[in-house]
Design a binder for this molecule. Structure first.
Ligand code: HEM
Ligand SMILES: *[C@@H]1O[C@H](CO)[C@@H](O)[C@H](O)[C@H]1NC(C)=O
Length: 218
């Protein structure tokens, strides 16, 4: 198992190492790589995306009975190297006019901030989407947060498709936020941004399993 893991790390290093660094969204979209990740302990399967071996990993899951245009909960997991001060995820594929999750480490845990941007300046608090943290940890090399969103499946002007392709976006900064324990904290502009498109098929979880997972953590 160890050998396989090392081999896979080597393969991903070879595949992605030349693609590290800053790039425009157009360039970034060329190096997109989505797959499915299933946690054997929780049996939750996610659509997984990352843009390189030293980049954060973004994972999204939804209940399998969710339908386009309805309200349903969405699960977001981010595993980030400690080098990042904050990681942002856009449910609608761009910075403006869609729900944003901005996440950063806070002591041994993490803070999840629901935001919305009308322009390309510091996004403001967005109360139509709320997040509940299911798990968070910070072990010195990585920080991880898993959070469930109510209100991210549709918004004024957009919605997730449960059957078709969605475009998501991300932004990261290596600068820490100014007040880590405050969800309304200010923070500096991103150092890198990008987008990716994928169906949520690989992140569909049986509704009962999904409900048990997100509610069991309450
Ligand atoms: C202080 C906070 C922020 C400032 C001042 C800011 C500013 C900007 C500016 C000026 C651009 C266009 C220029 C460029 O391509 O770099 C941009 C693009 C972008 N930003 Fe931000 N941003 C902030 C926070 C965020 C956050 C929190 C997210 C995601 C959660 C985000 C996601 C994006 C994305 C995906 C793009 C490229 C696509 C697009 O323009 O919609 N930004 N941002
Ligand atoms: C820290 O967490 C990351 C992400 O879960 C994991 O890959 C890594 O092995 C952990 N490191 C230690 C020292 O526990």
């Amino acid at each position: 198992m160890r050998a396989i893991t090392n081999f896979l790390s080597l393969v991903s290093l070879l595949l992605f190492s030349s693609q590290e660094g800053h790039a425009s969204p157009a360039e970034v979209s060329k190096r997109q790589s989505t797959s499915q990740y299933c946690n054997p302990e929780t049996q939750i399967c996610y659509l997984e995306y990352s843009w390189g071996p030293t980049a954060p990993v973004l994972r999204v899951a939804i209940p399998d009975s969710a339908s386009t245009g309805a309200n349903f909960q969405t699960l977001l997991q981010i595993v980030s190297p400690s080098t990042y001060g904050w990681v942002g995820f856009s449910w609608g594929g761009g910075m403006t006019l869609n729900p944003l999750a901005v996440v950063w480490p806070n002591g041994n845990g993490a803070t999840v901030s629901s935001r919305w941007a009308t322009g390309r300046t510091l996004p403001q608090a967005y109360s139509s989407a709320t997040y509940r943290t299911i798990a968070a940890e910070n072990n010195g090399t990585h920080w991880t947060v898993e959070t469930v969103c109510s209100g991210c499946s549709q918004w004024n002007g957009g919605r997730l498709s449960t059957t078709g392709v969605n475009t998501f976006a991300w932004a990261v900064s290596e600068s820490p936020v100014s007040q880590p324990s405050n969800p309304s904290s200010g923070f500096q502009i991103h150092d890198n941004i990008g987008m990716f498109s994928a169906s949520l098929e690989q992140g569909k979880v049986p509704q009962a399993t999904f409900d048990q997972y997100v509610q069991g953590a309450q």
